[in-house]
Design a binder for this molecule. Sequence first.
Ligand code: APR
Length: 251
Amino acid sequence: MQPVILDNLVGELREARAVVVLTGAGVSAESGIPTFRDAMEGLWAKYDPSQLATPEAFDRDSEIVTRWYDWRREKCATAKPNPAHLALARLEEHLATPERGFTLLTQNVDRLHQAAGSRNVVELHGTLWVWRCTRCGIEREERTVPFQEYPPRCACGGARRPAVVWFGEMLPEQALKQAHDALATCDFFFSVGTSAVVEPAANFIYSVRHRGAKTVEINRDATPISRVVDWSLLGKAGEVLPELVRRAFGI
Ligand code: APR
């Protein structure tokens, strides 16, 4: 079935000058990466992710937490960008001109947007491909899967942790500033594949609406912001986004 894309949305999008897209786990779901709130599989079925992705969990049992991240790294290592990631990369290519702008804010830590070709990506929650020493603070890209030890160790002997934002932690200052700068000037805002409940991203929609930006949500299910946006498109991101950019820009 073709996703329903409203004509007035297509028309308004053609006029957009500065587009900001916020993405969440739903965008990577069609690449085979389970969303945070989906049931976990196999060995990990008995764990609750919100109990693993915390500094307290790492302090309590760094082995189990880093093994869980290694399982997720393994899934991400073999995953490929899906049509939603690719459509966003095409949209950026089309809009990134001196007169227009495009910023992708992602809560995803898998780097599939970059793999699809997106360039102006702000990683709000960090990435699981970078690991930081809990003793000396040095960060290093870590692409080899699986690790040889849990937790992996830094040359200084300290335990390393993923450079992701855990529950209860602050977002990286630089990423947050980039996000706020983009939100302060955008005239079109998309929320795609996110449950829209985790702050501060959950609040973005209200700040851009307040400024008069047009707002769109693309999600498989209704969320708390579905009634707030100008257009709520219910459907899979990998189907709706390609159809929208094709209709709007022929790309
Ligand atoms: N297309 C569009 N939306 C989808 C699809 C799909 N194929 N599959 C799932 N969804 C939607 C779900 O309906 C849900 O609203 O994606 C959303 C995923 O929500 P979450 O799992 O809560 O992911 P996210 O919003 O990214 O979570 C934000 O919270 O758990 C923490 O740090 C974690 O980055 C994460 C943050």
